[in-house]
Design a protein around this ligand. Sequence first.
Ligand code: CA
Ligand code: CA
Length: 252
Amino acid sequence: MLRPLVLLAIIVALAVGAAAQPARAQDKLVRDGVVAIDCDGATEGIQENCTYDTGETFLVKVHIAEAPPDGYNGFELHVSWTVPQLAYRPSVELDEEFLEPGCPTAGRTNQWIVDFQPRPAVAFVCLNPPGSDVRLAQGVPVEIEVTCWAGGDGTLDPARSLLWIRGNSIAPVDQFRPLTREASVTCRPKSGQLGDIDCGGTVDSVDAALVLQFSAGLLEPLNCDYKGDMTQNGRLDSRDALLILQNVAGLI
Ligand SMILES: [Ca+2]
Ligand SMILES: [Ca+2]
């Protein structure tokens, strides 16, 4: 008597499972969302290919380009950039970059992504408390300023970003890795005196001293700091200062 009932239950379970399968797959696609980098945040739309002069600073927007109708509970948006072509300088006030006003837990951390191409990154995190009515939908929750530091082709990549459907104050649950779209930036080398970090029109020992002070964290960013990068490696250090002094002395 039991056997036909068990068999019937299995058949019904299988049928329900088969019927639910396509819906679940579709639901997952929607919930994965899309995060895209707009390398020309000053204009409408999402530009994924941009060209700037070396030394030029531009606005980059991180778009949640697709989201479910009821939005997300939180996000962890990452942006990594290639060096030495690109440089990111964090704003002093977080809310200049973090545009999501309804987020009670806003955070920004600098990171270093280590894989086949180690590169710096920054992460913006927002998580609403459980039961919160605040939902994050499609839009631009983050914008940052990036500078073309050296000539060449670079990328801005939102890889490793996460979107959260539900969460709690201790640990997020239901994380989804969205599809991500990076942006390519070409930095045109600009003619100008390499080494002239103060944009004074000449290269002298003052420039070398400024490089040393900058690398020691004693100076605020300068307008022409990219020109001090004699080694073109995306950083200012004592080697750059030495090369400027050798240049001044006519040794190179
Ligand atoms: Ca100078
Ligand atoms: Ca350097």
